[in-house]
Design a protein around this ligand. Structure first.
Ligand code: KG4
Ligand code: ZN
Length: 339
């Protein structure tokens, strides 16, 4: 084994309990326990998430060590998500990380979850090539929607963000109106492939600068569906694929318009994407289209590094380790944590 430090990353900000090991930008293991319990509630229930993290954290960390073939005494540091996220969820990961760092007498590293999403691009096998500074990153998930200018590993500036719902939430809430299971994003993506994206038009929000808003779209979809189902109670069943395609197109249009404005404004045409919604096939197609049409250089990391995961926390942890940036044992979890 080479002498590069081995970092354990722990992620527990929302409803995934995850642990990963990294050494010299190479992921040795990447384990995630998803919490199925929220499916029947149509969204994440914070108290249930916190309890599930408590049950999962020890087995998940043990599994990550086992899969990597690493003994805990070989660990050089423990990195954990400090925030943003659900307080009860964050506390499970941070308490565990603190205890383990004390027990092993290794340093503790706190990571901003949003920075983690972006820094996942620097994992060795995330992309063919890593982006070069400066680049723009669109982070789109169930909890976040941001356009960030990234000038260095920890030199980030939020250029725009959502003022209400996140893009993933827009998919999930629209899906709920259509009677689809949670999370509806991947289901809408699949059904949209058989639908006509031009069939139904939903107006786009007018939001200043590079900010986003998705709550108006949700309301517009709700009223439209209520009106149509009053006339025809089978409206959803008869038009499901077209509804999915039209809703997906509207959400992706909103994202792409702002991203294009950001590229024009900054003159930066290296564009990366992160977060669960980056799995969406329409957004991937549209980004690739921009590579040929507008000469953008696009970075779409491997799927396992885009949704919530601990590999990204371990990666950010490694970069902080290299800079000797360690946390105190008194580190406090924060629900809102600016980049
Ligand atoms: O990053 P993530 O796993 O967790 C956080 O929310 O932080 O993102 C989950 C979100 C959900 O809202 C889900 O519906 C959405 O990503 N999502 C998708 C697709 N796959 C996941 N949305 C649209 N199309 C997809 N293929
Ligand atoms: Zn996330």
């Amino acid at each position: 084994m080479s002498s590069f430090p081995i970092i354990l990353g722990i992620e527990s900000s929302c409803d995934d309990t995850a642990a990963a090991l990294i050494q010299n930008r190479k992921i040795l293991s990447n384990v995630i326990a998803n919490q199925k319990i929220h499916q029947s509630y149509g969204g994440v229930v914070p108290e249930l998430a916190s309890r599930a993290h408590q049950q999962n954290i020890v087995p998940v960390v043990n599994e990550a060590l086992k899969q990597a073939g690493i003994d805990r005494n070989q660990l050089s540091a423990i990195a954990f998500t400090r925030g943003p996220g659900l307080m009860g969820s964050l506390l499970v990961g941070s308490s565990f990380a603190k205890s383990l760092s004390m027990a092993l007498n290794v340093p503790l590293i706190e990571v901003n979850h949003m920075q983690g999403h972006i820094l996942a691009h620097f994992i060795e096998d995330a992309n063919e090539n890593s982006p070069e500074f400066p680049f723009l990153c669109l982070t789109v998930s169930g909890g976040h929607t941001q356009i960030v200018k990234v000038s260095g590993y920890f030199e980030m500036e939020v250029l725009g963000e959502t003022i209400d719902d996140a893009a993933g939430e827009a998919f999930d809430k629209a899906g709920k109106i259509l009677g689809l299971n949670y999370p509806a994003g991947p289901i809408i993506d699949k059904l949209a492939k058989e639908g006509n994206p031009e069939k139904f038009k939903f107006s786009k929000p007018k939001v200043e600068e590079l900010n986003f808003s998705f709550s108006g779209l949700k309301t517009a979809i709700l009223y439209f569906i209520q009106k149509e189902t009053q006339k025809n109670s089978y409206f959803i069943q008869e038009n499901l694929n077209d509804l999915c395609a039209s809703i997906q197109k509207t959400i992706v249009d909103i994202l792409m318009e702002k991203l294009s404005t950001a590229v024009k404004k900054t003159g930066i045409s290296q564009v990366a994407i992160a977060g669960g919604v980056s799995a969406n096939s329409e957004i991937r197609n549209r980004l690739k289209q921009m590579e040929t049409e507008k000469n953008w250089k696009v970075f779409i990391p491997k799927f396992e590094y885009t949704t919530d995961n601990a590999a990204m926390i371990a990666m950010a942890g490694q970069l902080k380790f290299e800079q000797n940036e360690f946390a105190e044992i008194t580190s406090k979890s924060v629900a809102k944590y600016l980049i």
